[in-house]
Design a protein around this ligand. Structure first.
Ligand code: SAH
Length: 249
């Protein structure tokens, strides 16, 4: 039986891959990868490595999660080194926990290789630090997948009243509802918001707005995109290093 590496691919920029991830990718007999893992990384694999795509396209899963679990498990039965490659970090909205548990239950050895998560790195590439002395003493990473008006929402909206940073992943299609909900719990309409699309890649784009106008402004941005709500967004005026570089290419 082989060993499975639940591996973070980083947020997009291929150089944000860890040395450990690069090592197991080079050793892998099978790589099972997602849409958000930069496909350029696969060129590092050895000759004969089998690459299996299990990502999703336009919100539609090619394979449901239980079948992905099974693909990983079956791969470990027939290969020595199996890399499960996921965008960002495998345990930040990556369902890596479910995959690890599935393997553990079946006696398959696994290791987790954390990755640089988009929730911190993408704001950084937009010139937005998720914490900043005197501006934000904490940050939260929240799923934006769940519509805020859903009955029995599991998200503790009432806790979001402070000025601290909130990063929403998977939220672009719910942006209008998320912004409206934050206004409803008492945040000012002028509260700053950034939406960053294709972060850390050459196609990165950032739209800055307020809770009131961001949904309209960002409606045509391509995915993947994440939302940063917080006073830290204003620091971009001084810290926008990457898009400046992109502009000069
Ligand atoms: N495990 C991943 C997150 C998976 S959820 C991580 O740690 O980064 C997928 C969501 O991540 C997307 O809907 C989007 O909100 C965000 N995301 C991932 N890569 C991104 C990128 N390059 N630019 C902007 N958002 C990104």
């Amino acid at each position: 039986m082989g060993k499975v590496y639940l591996t973070g691919a980083g947020p997009g920029d291929i150089e944000l891959l860890t040395l450990k991830a690069a090592r197991v990718i080079k050793e892998a007999d099978i790589i099972i990868y997602d849409r958000l893992a930069n496909p350029q990384i696969l060129t590092m694999a050895k000759n004969g490595c089998e690459c299996i795509y299990v990502g999703k396209e336009d919100g539609k899963h090619i394979l449901p999660q239980d079948q992905i679990n099974e693909v990983i498990y079956q791969s470990a039965l027939r290969a020595d080194v199996v890399v499960r490659l996921k965008g960002g970090d495998p345990f930040v909205f990556g369902r890596g926990g479910e995959e690890g548990a599935y393997l553990a239950q079946r006696g398959i050895e696994f290791e987790v290789i954390p990755g640089i998560t988009s929730s911190i790195a993408v704001p950084a590439y937009a010139g937005i630090p998720v914490t900043h002395r005197g501006v934000s003493v904490s940050f939260r990473v929240v799923t934006g997948h769940e519509a805020p008006n859903k009955e029995a929402s599991q998200i503790p909206w009432e806790n979001f009243k402070t000025d601290d940073t909130i990063v929403f992943l998977m939220g672009l299609h719910n942006l209008g509802q998320i912004a409206a909900k934050l206004i409803e719990i008492g945040k000012p309409k002028e509260f700053p918001v950034a939406v960053i699309s294709k972060g850390t890649t050459l196609e990165q784009r950032t739209i800055i707005g307020t809770l009131e106008d961001i949904a309209q402004k960002a409606k045509d941005l391509p995915t993947p995109a994440l939302i940063v709500v917080g006073k830290v967004v204003e620091l971009r005026d001084k810290l926008n290093w990457f898009e400046k570089e992109l502009g000069s290419i």
